[in-house]
Design a protein around this ligand. Structure first.
Ligand code: SER
Length: 313
Protein backbone atom coordinates (compact mmCIF):
# COMPACT_ATOMS: atom_id res chain seq x y z
CA UNK A 1 0.00 0.00 0.00
CA UNK A 2 1.25 3.46 -0.88
CA UNK A 3 2.63 5.60 1.89
CA UNK A 4 2.42 9.27 0.92
CA UNK A 5 3.32 12.60 2.55
CA UNK A 6 2.08 16.01 1.36
CA UNK A 7 4.03 18.93 2.88
CA UNK A 8 2.19 22.25 2.64
CA UNK A 9 -1.12 20.40 2.71
CA UNK A 10 -3.07 23.43 3.91
CA UNK A 11 -2.36 25.51 0.81
CA UNK A 12 -4.31 26.04 -2.40
CA UNK A 13 -2.82 23.01 -4.18
CA UNK A 14 -2.10 20.90 -1.09
CA UNK A 15 -5.69 20.78 0.12
CA UNK A 16 -7.09 19.43 -3.14
CA UNK A 17 -4.11 17.16 -3.75
CA UNK A 18 -4.53 15.45 -0.36
CA UNK A 19 -8.24 14.94 -1.04
CA UNK A 20 -7.52 13.43 -4.47
CA UNK A 21 -4.68 11.21 -3.25
CA UNK A 22 -6.79 9.95 -0.34
CA UNK A 23 -9.60 9.12 -2.75
CA UNK A 24 -7.16 7.13 -4.87
CA UNK A 25 -5.08 5.40 -2.17
CA UNK A 26 -7.27 5.47 0.96
CA UNK A 27 -7.60 8.02 3.76
CA UNK A 28 -4.94 6.50 6.01
CA UNK A 29 -2.29 6.23 3.29
CA UNK A 30 -1.84 9.97 2.84
CA UNK A 31 -0.33 12.06 5.64
CA UNK A 32 -1.09 15.78 5.41
CA UNK A 33 1.61 18.04 6.89
CA UNK A 34 1.55 21.80 7.36
CA UNK A 35 3.02 24.50 9.57
CA UNK A 36 -0.27 25.11 11.39
CA UNK A 37 -0.99 23.27 14.65
CA UNK A 38 -4.57 22.54 13.69
CA UNK A 39 -5.47 20.22 10.83
CA UNK A 40 -7.39 22.17 8.12
CA UNK A 41 -11.09 21.20 8.40
CA UNK A 42 -11.25 19.65 4.91
CA UNK A 43 -8.42 17.24 5.76
CA UNK A 44 -9.62 15.80 9.08
CA UNK A 45 -10.53 12.48 7.43
CA UNK A 46 -6.94 11.23 7.53
CA UNK A 47 -3.62 11.65 9.35
CA UNK A 48 -2.20 15.14 9.97
CA UNK A 49 1.17 16.24 11.35
CA UNK A 50 2.42 19.70 12.21
CA UNK A 51 5.65 20.24 10.29
CA UNK A 52 7.98 23.20 9.77
CA UNK A 53 9.89 22.38 6.61
CA UNK A 54 12.75 24.60 7.80
CA UNK A 55 13.27 22.41 10.84
CA UNK A 56 15.57 20.06 8.96
CA UNK A 57 16.26 17.71 11.87
CA UNK A 58 12.65 17.09 12.74
CA UNK A 59 11.64 16.64 9.07
CA UNK A 60 14.52 14.18 8.64
CA UNK A 61 13.69 12.24 11.80
CA UNK A 62 10.03 11.94 10.85
CA UNK A 63 10.67 10.83 7.26
CA UNK A 64 13.51 8.44 8.14
CA UNK A 65 11.32 6.86 10.84
CA UNK A 66 8.28 6.46 8.56
CA UNK A 67 9.84 6.04 5.07
CA UNK A 68 7.64 7.30 2.22
CA UNK A 69 6.88 6.09 -1.30
CA UNK A 70 5.97 9.58 -2.41
CA UNK A 71 6.57 13.04 -0.95
CA UNK A 72 4.89 16.14 -2.41
CA UNK A 73 6.74 19.26 -1.28
CA UNK A 74 4.38 22.21 -1.70
CA UNK A 75 5.46 24.54 1.13
CA UNK A 76 6.68 27.81 -0.43
CA UNK A 77 6.18 31.56 -0.59
CA UNK A 78 4.52 32.69 -3.84
CA UNK A 79 5.54 35.55 -6.10
CA UNK A 80 3.97 38.64 -4.52
CA UNK A 81 4.76 37.66 -0.91
CA UNK A 82 8.29 36.67 -1.85
CA UNK A 83 8.99 40.16 -3.24
CA UNK A 84 8.13 41.56 0.20
CA UNK A 85 10.32 39.11 2.06
CA UNK A 86 13.12 37.97 -0.28
CA UNK A 87 15.48 36.46 2.32
CA UNK A 88 12.85 34.32 3.90
CA UNK A 89 11.38 33.32 0.51
CA UNK A 90 14.76 32.13 -0.72
CA UNK A 91 15.38 30.21 2.51
CA UNK A 92 11.98 28.55 2.59
CA UNK A 93 11.81 27.73 -1.10
CA UNK A 94 15.34 26.27 -1.30
CA UNK A 95 16.15 24.67 2.07
CA UNK A 96 13.02 22.57 2.16
CA UNK A 97 13.82 21.23 -1.30
CA UNK A 98 17.37 20.22 -0.32
CA UNK A 99 16.10 18.43 2.78
CA UNK A 100 13.71 16.33 0.70
CA UNK A 101 16.13 15.72 -2.20
CA UNK A 102 18.77 14.51 0.28
CA UNK A 103 16.32 12.16 1.98
CA UNK A 104 15.47 10.64 -1.41
CA UNK A 105 19.16 10.36 -2.28
CA UNK A 106 19.67 8.43 0.98
CA UNK A 107 16.82 6.06 0.08
CA UNK A 108 14.12 7.22 2.52
CA UNK A 109 11.75 8.51 -0.21
CA UNK A 110 11.08 6.68 -3.49
CA UNK A 111 9.54 9.51 -5.51
CA UNK A 112 9.32 13.29 -5.08
CA UNK A 113 6.93 15.82 -6.54
CA UNK A 114 8.07 19.43 -6.46
CA UNK A 115 6.10 22.27 -8.09
CA UNK A 116 7.71 24.80 -10.37
CA UNK A 117 5.92 27.68 -12.06
CA UNK A 118 5.56 29.92 -15.10
CA UNK A 119 7.57 32.33 -12.90
CA UNK A 120 10.77 30.62 -14.08
CA UNK A 121 10.35 32.65 -17.28
CA UNK A 122 11.20 36.32 -17.58
CA UNK A 123 10.89 39.36 -19.83
CA UNK A 124 13.40 37.97 -22.35
CA UNK A 125 11.46 34.72 -22.79
CA UNK A 126 9.21 34.42 -25.89
CA UNK A 127 5.83 35.29 -24.34
CA UNK A 128 3.49 33.45 -26.71
CA UNK A 129 3.40 29.66 -26.69
CA UNK A 130 6.54 29.66 -24.57
CA UNK A 131 8.52 26.52 -25.45
CA UNK A 132 9.64 23.88 -22.95
CA UNK A 133 13.28 24.83 -23.50
CA UNK A 134 13.93 28.53 -24.00
CA UNK A 135 15.54 31.66 -22.55
CA UNK A 136 14.91 31.81 -18.79
CA UNK A 137 15.88 35.01 -17.01
CA UNK A 138 13.35 35.35 -14.17
CA UNK A 139 13.22 38.74 -12.46
CA UNK A 140 11.33 37.80 -9.27
CA UNK A 141 12.71 36.19 -6.12
CA UNK A 142 10.09 33.48 -6.48
CA UNK A 143 11.03 32.84 -10.12
CA UNK A 144 14.73 32.71 -9.30
CA UNK A 145 14.07 30.19 -6.51
CA UNK A 146 11.95 28.04 -8.82
CA UNK A 147 14.50 28.11 -11.60
CA UNK A 148 17.32 27.20 -9.21
CA UNK A 149 15.10 24.44 -7.79
CA UNK A 150 14.53 23.02 -11.27
CA UNK A 151 18.28 22.89 -11.87
CA UNK A 152 18.79 21.06 -8.55
CA UNK A 153 16.02 18.56 -9.29
CA UNK A 154 17.60 17.69 -12.61
CA UNK A 155 21.03 17.51 -10.95
CA UNK A 156 19.83 15.08 -8.26
CA UNK A 157 18.23 12.92 -10.96
CA UNK A 158 21.34 12.88 -13.14
CA UNK A 159 23.90 12.41 -10.39
CA UNK A 160 22.07 10.33 -7.82
CA UNK A 161 19.11 8.83 -9.68
CA UNK A 162 16.56 10.63 -7.47
CA UNK A 163 13.12 10.13 -9.03
CA UNK A 164 11.90 13.72 -8.81
CA UNK A 165 9.10 14.99 -11.03
CA UNK A 166 7.83 18.50 -11.53
CA UNK A 167 5.32 20.74 -13.31
CA UNK A 168 5.55 24.43 -14.11
CA UNK A 169 2.05 25.29 -12.95
CA UNK A 170 0.27 28.19 -14.61
CA UNK A 171 -2.02 30.33 -12.43
CA UNK A 172 -4.41 28.00 -10.65
CA UNK A 173 -8.12 28.71 -10.26
CA UNK A 174 -9.96 26.89 -7.48
CA UNK A 175 -12.68 27.26 -4.85
CA UNK A 176 -11.91 24.67 -2.12
CA UNK A 177 -8.92 26.46 -0.65
CA UNK A 178 -7.82 30.03 -1.26
CA UNK A 179 -4.52 30.98 -2.88
CA UNK A 180 -2.23 33.26 -0.94
CA UNK A 181 0.38 35.74 -2.09
CA UNK A 182 0.44 35.04 -5.83
CA UNK A 183 0.19 37.33 -8.84
CA UNK A 184 -2.35 35.10 -10.55
CA UNK A 185 -4.63 35.22 -7.47
CA UNK A 186 -6.83 37.87 -9.13
CA UNK A 187 -8.39 35.07 -11.18
CA UNK A 188 -9.72 33.54 -7.96
CA UNK A 189 -10.47 36.75 -6.02
CA UNK A 190 -12.64 37.97 -8.88
CA UNK A 191 -15.19 35.18 -8.26
CA UNK A 192 -15.44 35.85 -4.52
CA UNK A 193 -16.05 39.55 -5.16
CA UNK A 194 -18.42 38.83 -8.06
CA UNK A 195 -20.56 36.66 -5.79
CA UNK A 196 -20.38 38.86 -2.69
CA UNK A 197 -20.40 42.40 -4.18
CA UNK A 198 -21.16 42.00 -7.89
CA UNK A 199 -18.00 43.93 -8.80
CA UNK A 200 -14.24 43.63 -8.67
CA UNK A 201 -11.26 46.00 -8.74
CA UNK A 202 -8.46 44.15 -10.50
CA UNK A 203 -4.81 44.66 -9.51
CA UNK A 204 -3.67 43.89 -13.09
CA UNK A 205 -4.44 45.76 -16.32
CA UNK A 206 -7.28 44.49 -18.48
CA UNK A 207 -5.05 43.14 -21.25
CA UNK A 208 -2.53 41.23 -19.11
CA UNK A 209 -2.42 37.74 -20.62
CA UNK A 210 -1.40 34.86 -18.34
CA UNK A 211 -1.74 31.10 -18.63
CA UNK A 212 -4.29 29.73 -16.15
CA UNK A 213 -5.68 26.33 -15.27
CA UNK A 214 -8.60 24.98 -13.26
CA UNK A 215 -7.45 23.09 -10.17
CA UNK A 216 -9.04 19.77 -11.19
CA UNK A 217 -6.81 19.75 -14.29
CA UNK A 218 -3.74 20.66 -12.23
CA UNK A 219 -4.38 17.87 -9.71
CA UNK A 220 -5.03 15.34 -12.46
CA UNK A 221 -1.79 16.41 -14.19
CA UNK A 222 0.15 15.98 -10.95
CA UNK A 223 -1.22 12.49 -10.31
CA UNK A 224 -0.77 11.42 -13.94
CA UNK A 225 2.83 12.63 -13.96
CA UNK A 226 3.58 10.81 -10.70
CA UNK A 227 2.06 7.59 -12.03
CA UNK A 228 3.69 7.67 -15.46
CA UNK A 229 6.34 4.96 -16.03
CA UNK A 230 9.79 6.25 -15.12
CA UNK A 231 11.19 5.88 -18.63
CA UNK A 232 8.51 8.20 -20.05
CA UNK A 233 9.66 11.11 -17.89
CA UNK A 234 12.18 12.73 -20.19
CA UNK A 235 12.20 16.15 -18.51
CA UNK A 236 13.68 16.12 -15.02
CA UNK A 237 13.72 19.87 -14.49
CA UNK A 238 10.01 20.65 -14.86
CA UNK A 239 7.27 20.24 -17.47
CA UNK A 240 5.47 23.17 -19.11
CA UNK A 241 1.71 22.96 -18.64
CA UNK A 242 -0.48 25.23 -20.75
CA UNK A 243 -4.09 25.45 -19.68
CA UNK A 244 -6.01 28.47 -20.98
CA UNK A 245 -4.56 31.89 -21.74
CA UNK A 246 -6.68 34.46 -19.91
CA UNK A 247 -6.68 38.24 -19.51
CA UNK A 248 -8.69 40.10 -16.85
CA UNK A 249 -10.79 41.41 -19.77
CA UNK A 250 -11.55 37.97 -21.21
CA UNK A 251 -12.27 36.53 -17.76
CA UNK A 252 -14.61 39.34 -16.80
CA UNK A 253 -16.36 39.16 -20.19
CA UNK A 254 -17.12 35.48 -19.60
CA UNK A 255 -18.29 36.22 -16.04
CA UNK A 256 -20.60 38.91 -17.48
CA UNK A 257 -21.92 36.35 -19.97
CA UNK A 258 -23.00 34.15 -17.10
CA UNK A 259 -23.73 36.95 -14.59
CA UNK A 260 -24.74 40.06 -16.58
CA UNK A 261 -24.76 42.45 -13.60
CA UNK A 262 -21.03 41.92 -12.90
CA UNK A 263 -18.75 44.96 -13.18
CA UNK A 264 -14.95 45.31 -13.20
CA UNK A 265 -12.49 48.19 -12.94
CA UNK A 266 -8.69 48.27 -12.87
CA UNK A 267 -6.14 49.56 -10.38
CA UNK A 268 -2.81 47.91 -11.19
CA UNK A 269 -0.26 47.67 -8.35
CA UNK A 270 3.27 46.22 -8.00
CA UNK A 271 2.03 42.86 -9.24
CA UNK A 272 1.59 44.29 -12.76
CA UNK A 273 5.34 44.25 -13.27
CA UNK A 274 5.55 40.63 -12.16
CA UNK A 275 2.72 39.61 -14.49
CA UNK A 276 4.31 41.51 -17.39
CA UNK A 277 7.47 39.44 -17.02
CA UNK A 278 5.60 36.13 -17.40
CA UNK A 279 4.35 34.36 -20.56
CA UNK A 280 0.91 34.89 -22.11
CA UNK A 281 0.55 31.27 -23.17
CA UNK A 282 2.51 28.04 -22.86
CA UNK A 283 3.45 25.24 -25.24
CA UNK A 284 2.99 21.99 -23.32
CA UNK A 285 3.68 19.54 -26.15
CA UNK A 286 6.50 17.86 -24.18
CA UNK A 287 4.00 16.86 -21.45
CA UNK A 288 1.54 15.76 -24.13
CA UNK A 289 4.11 13.60 -25.90
CA UNK A 290 5.88 12.14 -22.86
CA UNK A 291 2.98 11.24 -20.57
CA UNK A 292 -0.16 11.97 -22.55
CA UNK A 293 -1.20 15.25 -20.92
CA UNK A 294 -4.39 17.00 -22.07
CA UNK A 295 -6.26 19.75 -20.22
CA UNK A 296 -10.07 19.63 -20.04
CA UNK A 297 -11.40 22.90 -18.63
CA UNK A 298 -11.81 25.87 -20.98
CA UNK A 299 -12.68 29.45 -19.96
CA UNK A 300 -16.43 28.86 -20.08
CA UNK A 301 -16.39 25.74 -17.91
CA UNK A 302 -13.95 27.30 -15.43
CA UNK A 303 -16.23 30.32 -14.98
CA UNK A 304 -19.35 28.18 -14.66
CA UNK A 305 -17.77 25.87 -12.08
CA UNK A 306 -16.43 28.80 -10.06
CA UNK A 307 -19.72 30.76 -10.09
CA UNK A 308 -21.61 27.59 -9.05
CA UNK A 309 -19.26 26.74 -6.19
CA UNK A 310 -18.04 30.03 -4.69
CA UNK A 311 -20.64 31.00 -2.05
CA UNK A 312 -23.20 28.53 -3.49
CA UNK A 313 -26.85 29.63 -3.16
N1 SER B 1 0.54 31.40 -9.18
C1 SER B 1 1.87 31.76 -8.79
C2 SER B 1 1.97 33.19 -8.41
O1 SER B 1 1.20 33.98 -8.90
C3 SER B 1 2.81 31.49 -9.91
O2 SER B 1 3.27 30.21 -9.83
O3 SER B 1 2.83 33.53 -7.68
Amino acid sequence: MANILVIGAGGQIGTELVLALRKKHGEQQVVAADIKNECPPLLVGGPYVQMDVLNRDSVRNYIIYKGFDEVYLLAALLSATAEKNPDFAWKLNMEGLFTILDLAKEGHIKKIFWPSSIAVFGPTTPADMTPQTTVMEPTTVYGISKQAGERWCEYYYNKFGVDVRSIRYPGLISYKSLPGGGTTDYAVDIFYKAKSEGKYTCFLNSDTGLPMMFMDDAIRATIELMNAPKNQIKVRSSYNLGGVSITPASLSAEIQNQMPSFRIDYKPDFRQEIADSWPNSIDDSAAQNDWGWKHEYDLKSIVKTMLDNVFPE
